[in-house]
Design a protein around this ligand. Structure first.
Ligand SMILES: Cc1cc2nc3c(=O)[nH]c(=O)nc-3n(C[C@H](O)[C@H](O)[C@H](O)COP(=O)(O)OP(=O)(O)OC[C@H]3O[C@@H](n4cnc5c(N)ncnc54)[C@H](O)[C@@H]3O)c2cc1C
Length: 414
């Protein structure tokens, strides 16, 4: 078997050899032994996969990351992520989310760090809005706890928002906020504490199948692994060019605004939220720094990028101006110009269902295309990676996430 379709053309390991790095596990050099599993990319999903795999007794697991243990280049930076149990995206996610919530709490306990802020998640919109109907359907189908508020109750309990007559709110009490940077670092460190080897500042440049495993190449260096987990986020197509037709990278800006009274937005009184209004989707989290509130917007036209290298370093001024114009429709008591804005990316599949796949030879697990809503699921994806590596399958994986199912849906849509 050769590595057809699995080489990372165009990727050079230049500058990735960890010069000047000190400290254990930060040498940037691949181990010179045959390992059981190599996890390529230790961001959101890879850190969780490493953590889960490191719990399997006797398994020699190595994680390889292009940047440091926590960094600004991936899809996870930006202070907070929303966790929702009652998802509008569909019932297939709920069993995974239940498991993910338990695992977030396990990780918190193991790492001794706060990761999941149990502040609830509030969805707001006009009664009958399809997104809200879908949220209510998920709650009913899975018998999830919920609280439904009419416009008057919404205004009384959450005066920070500006509801319109006829709006409703749905509070998902199992929802909340996640601290993404803390989570990734905590999972990586927990995996190291359980015996996993971690190589930072080392960019994998190609994967090549052999008769008994996979060669993981980083420039001139080679790591021999029996199995590989590819969790390379927006760089996945460089290692799996065969997925390029399925995955699209998108630009996502984040913005933070200054409320007059930050205490009104503290986690105890202000759940994470999402709201669709006049073609803008707003979402955000409570005040975590004592001064700013994350209120971010997306428009129906997503900003597709040819490659992750095209993510703008700064959020364009015209976007910031459009967001400023929207802000007073969503919140009162907040200055309409963003105090902070950062530029991010994530990788989409056509129907936003992530890819969780094991190749037919059972050597390569790929988890990609988390489509702007995958952070909350990350530890469950780590568990799926473990199950696919160790057992060759998982009852928890929705069949829709297999690559063959994606390609089938894509072909049917043409
Ligand atoms: C602004 C923003 C807001 C979001 N909000 C939410 C939210 O509220 N709730 C939610 O659930 N989800 C949310 N998401 C989605 C979620 O954050 C992403 O889906 C998730 O972080 C993607 O994880 P990943 O593991 O695929 O990629 P990443 O976290 O980017 O990890 C990929 C890692 O692989 C490494 N890598 C890549 N190539 C190589 C290589 N060749 N060799 C070695 N290492 C490599 C990268 O350096 C990186 O560390 C949001 C996303 C964005 C961008």
């Amino acid at each position: 078997m050769t590595g057809e379709g699995m080489t990372g053309e165009g990727m050079t390991g230049e500058g990735m050899t960890g010069e000047g790095m000190t400290g254990e596990g930060m040498t940037g050099r691949l181990p010179d032994r045959v390992v059981d599993v190599a996890v390529v990319g230790l961001g959101t999903t890879g850190a969780m996969a490493l953590w889960q795999l490191s719990g399997v007794e006797g398994l020699d697991v190595v994680g390889v990351e292009a940047f440091g243990p926590v960094h600004l280049h991936g899809s996870y930076s930006g202070e907070s992520r929303l966790f929702r149990m009652a998802v509008k995206e569909g019932s297939l996610y709920v069993p995974l989310l239940r498991r993910a919530r338990e695992l977030w709490q396990e990780l918190e306990a193991e790492a001794g760090r706060e990761i999941l802020l149990p502040v609830g998640a509030l969805s707001i919109g006009p009664v009958g809005q399809p997104e809200l109907e879908a949220t209510l359907a998920t709650m009913a189908e899975h018998d999830l706890p919920s609280r439904v508020l009419d416009d008057a109750e919404l205004a009384a309990q959450y005066p920070q928002h500006v509801p319109r007559a006829g709006d409703m709110g749905i509070l998902d009490p199992l929802g909340g906020g996640l601290r993404p940077e803390v989570a990734v670092l905590a999972a990586t460190e927990a995996a190291q504490a359980r015996g996993a080897t971690v190589v930072h500042h080392c960019r994998v440049t190609g994967l090549e199948r052999t008769d008994d495993g996979v060669l993981v190449r980083a420039g001139d260096e080679v790591l021999r692994a029996r199995k590989v987990v590819v969790t390379a986020g927006s760089w996945t197509s460089a290692l799996r060019p065969d997925l390029a037709g399925l995955l699209t990278t998108r630009h996502i800006p984040l913005t933070w605004f200054l409320p007059r009274d930050p205490s009104a937005f503290r986690p105890e009184v202000f759940p994470v939220f999402m709201r669709d209004l006049d073609g803008f989707h707003a979402y955000g989290a409570p005040c975590l720094d004592g001064a700013t509130v994350k209120v971010s917007f997306s428009t129906p036209e997503h900003d597709d990028l040819a490659s992750v290298d095209d993510v703008p370093a700064l959020v364009p001024e015209d976007l910031l101006a459009a967001f400023s114009e929207q802000l007073p429709h969503f919140f009162s008591g907040m200055h309409p110009f963003p105090a902070r804005a950062t530029s991010h990316h994530d990788t989409w599949t056509p129907d936003r269902v992530p890819v969780v796949d094991l190749d037919p030879e059972e050597r390569v697990v790929t988890i990609a295309g988390l489509s702007g809503h995958g952070f909350k699921l990350a530890p469950a994806f780590g568990l799926l990676a473990r199950d696919l590596v160790v057992d060759g399958g998982s009852a928890l994986r929705p069949p829709e996430m297999a690559l063959a199912a994606h390609l089938g849906r894509q072909a049917a849509a043409v």
